[in-house]
Design a protein around this ligand. Structure first.
Ligand SMILES: *[C@@H]1O[C@H](CO)[C@@H](O)[C@H](O)[C@H]1NC(C)=O
Ligand SMILES: *[C@@H]1O[C@H](CO)[C@@H](O)[C@H](O)[C@H]1NC(C)=O
Ligand SMILES: *[C@@H]1O[C@H](CO)[C@@H](O)[C@H](O)[C@H]1NC(C)=O
Ligand SMILES: [Cu+2]
Length: 215
């Protein structure tokens, strides 16, 4: 898709007023073996965006629920359309100087439990939470989720599961958009890790705006 600079700038300004973008690194540029989302515990308001930047390897982001780590939510909850980034193989786009991204909008302030469905990455701790709420239930912490994940017998690929025929449809589910950004931008943005990065701070990073404009 082609966006002229003026269209992108308009989109950027349009979003700058209201939307926060939280950047999450998937693996690492310096440690190719890192099986982690960084940061792995973020607070985001409804309407905020989360952009996963795939820095190395071949990983995914999949939504589960707390009690069933390493299992796609659509295998647990009837009619759920849980988020799944697809597998993002960084090597495939590295040659072009781009890294793949997956950007999603946070639907509500309920906890969102996420994992990587590649190999045994989920069991190895490649999990995260958005809006952990231990005040509502002290058992449902990221540490407890990690401990459950470590014991999971399988790490399930969302494209290879049987959709649930039952379950509680109150879990919040959401979707996202894939794109790619120049590798140089990714490292510049990485300085914003762990904080809510305002889109307005990114003026000049037009490829980011293009990614958002496609949402
Ligand atoms: C990435 O991982 C998925 C799932 O294991 C696999 O199907 C796919 O072939 C891998 N991509 C590449 C380019 O190796
Ligand atoms: C779930 O999906 C089925 C088939 O598309 C539909 O008939 C049913 O009404 C849906 N149930 C709910 C609770 O949305
Ligand atoms: C708190 O969470 C645990 C783990 O999911 C669950 O077993 C328990 O029933 C929950 N407690 C309440 C009061 O909902
Ligand atoms: Cu992974």
């Amino acid at each position: 898709m082609y966006f002229s600079t003026s269209v992108i700038t308009t989109a950027l300004l349009g979003l700058a007023s209201a939307q926060n973008v939280h950047v999450v690194s998937v693996s690492s540029t310096t440690d190719k073996t890192l099986l982690a989302f960084t940061p792995n515990n973020i607070k985001a308001a409804a309407g905020d965006m989360i952009q996963f930047q795939f820095l190395n390897g071949n990983h995914s982001v999949v939504q589960s629920n707390f009690d069933n780590p390493c299992t796609p939510i659509q295998a647990l909850v009837k009619n759920a359309t849980g988020m799944f980034s697809g597998y993002m193989d960084v090597a495939a786009s590295e040659a072009t100087g781009m890294i793949p991204t997956y950007t999603m909008e946070v639907a509500n302030d309920k906890p969102l439990w996420l994992y990587c469905s590649q190999g045994k990455h989920c069991q190895s701790g490649m999990v995260m939470v958005v809006n952990e709420n231990t005040a509502a239930n002290a058992s449902r912490s990221l540490d407890a989720f990690k401990a459950l994940a470590a014991k999971a017998t399988a790490n399930l690929d969302p494209s290879k599961i049987t959709p649930a025929s039952g379950g509680d449809s109150t879990d919040g589910t959401t979707g996202g958009t894939t794109s790619s950004i120049p590798t140089a931008s990714a490292s510049a943005i990485a300085q914003g890790l762990g904080s809510a990065v305002s889109v307005s701070a990114w003026t000049g990073l037009l490829s980011i705006a293009a990614a958002l404009a496609m949402l």
